[in-house]
Design a protein around this ligand. Sequence first.
Ligand code: DLZ
Length: 155
Amino acid sequence: MAGTLKSVLGKSKINLSKKKFAIVVAEWNEEITESLFLGAYDALISLGAKKSNIIRKNVPGSFELPLASLWMAEKKEVDAVIALGCVIQGDTPHFDYICQAVALGIMEINLSTRKPVAFGVLTTLDKKQALARAGGKLGNKGEEAAITVVKMLEI
Ligand code: DLZ
């Protein structure tokens, strides 16, 4: 687990006010992804990032996250990217295709650009499980994704 915000607050070894972040947000299941965005954004601000150093880009669905994240990571001035989405299993094989493609795509961008790109994508059986992980009783995976990139920048 990335750790809670409380456990990392004030412990950063780097000056985050000088780091630039891109947050890429999928519009599918918007109610959930907006909560993930707020979790990530608020965490970055709490950890010392400047509002003016956080760029937000929306994409239609999670499948589009890898390409937009790559575009962001390729920008010289961007230090880290947070990809946020929510794929809910329906009666469609889309679920498996999308989850696998996005996970592999995001991993490849980490390795090819050598920049931290967090996989903040919920892959759940239903909306209830997603809500629990987007600011509900199981925390906010957007916040965890933000903590993850900060920890990677520290390394
Ligand atoms: C098509 C689709 C489906 C069925 N389900 C989801 C989902 O649960 N979460 C999500 O982020 N996107 C979904 N999409 C859209 C795809 O991610 C993608 O936008 C389209 O297939 C077009 O490339």
